[in-house]
Design a protein around this ligand. Sequence first.
Ligand code: PLP
Length: 391
Amino acid sequence: MQPIYLDHAATTPLDPQVLEAMLPWLREHHGNPSSVHAFGREARVAVELARRQVSTLIGATPSEVVFCGSGTEANNLAILGVFAGIEVPCSLTTSAVEHSSVREPCALLERHGVRVGRIGVDLRGLVDPSSVATAVGEDTALVSVMLANNEVGTIQPVREISQALAPARHRGLLVHSDAVQALGKLAVRVDDLGVDLLSLSAHKLHGPKGVGALYVRTAVADRLAPRVVGGGQERGRRAGTENVAAIVGFGAACELAGERSDRARDHVASLQGRLLDRVRHAIPDMRLHGPKDSLDRLPGIISVGFPGVDGDSLLARLDLDGIAVSRGSACTSGTTGPSWVLSAMGLTEAQSRETIRISPAHTTTEDEIDLAVQALFRNVRAMRAGADHGR
Ligand code: PLP
């Protein structure tokens, strides 16, 4: 049996058309976009085309897109960049379910005296916009709430949060959102969301790894200090010679995502429904984490738990069967302790340990879903029988 990859929230395979777009920039062209000669100019043209492709997907203008090395770096640039020019006392408001690349820069600022408010979530993993509005004070410089959660797929009401913060924004509060998981799976438009800063990453939408971007609204561009300095690239916001091939790939991936958006979303949503119906039928005590309404959940992230079945052992058994799923965030796998996302949603440590994340994409087939369901059923049954046997 061909291995079945159901871990697209961790990373996606490169789209063949993205590879085609990148190859000339690895083989034939080698110019530095900052060089003024013809080699440099053609590389500059390629980078600027990619900037336009990325900006088009999010409804921004090209000059508002800052290319950088990853979604992690985009989050660091947004959070540390805003606070670089601000003296304490000041504060920042975020949610309790952010990715570590938001969580850790916030903790770093906290160690330097910035007050950090972390808004809790309900059982579905949802942040209440009015709680965010209540939490911000006169000295709050930034609110950062992700658009879609990487472990459970909860889509946050970022637009409503931005609207609820309107009075504070008049005095300069900025709104950032980590849209790394959402891009390519949801319609992501900066004006609809009302954000000032938005983090993106190419490898979650069938682009290359190691390239990301931060959207910076023109009106607030002077509020952001660079975090990587020493070359002046990206209008001084992110130094370092551009990874032209990766940036070209990011642009191509965004264009393809824009072209396939609704069709791909419907396909993934239908695979998700098929998987959940079948697993629920085979294993009726399955727990689905996150919103029950599929419209509040990102297509492509399914977080489930099977009572009494250890998630790590189940994952290892599925791996032996050629099926790749994960426990949750790839960035925290290998760490001990329960997921802070699941804990914030009220799951117990035991329930957290029982959780696995299944993550299909538009390239996943119904046959793959059916084979994965069979393997899940077989392994959960065997593990439960083993546990009974051992008692
Ligand atoms: N934010 C979220 C929600 C993510 O899921 C990830 C990656 O898993 C990142 C940020 C980091 O992106 P990158 O892998 O490009 O550093």
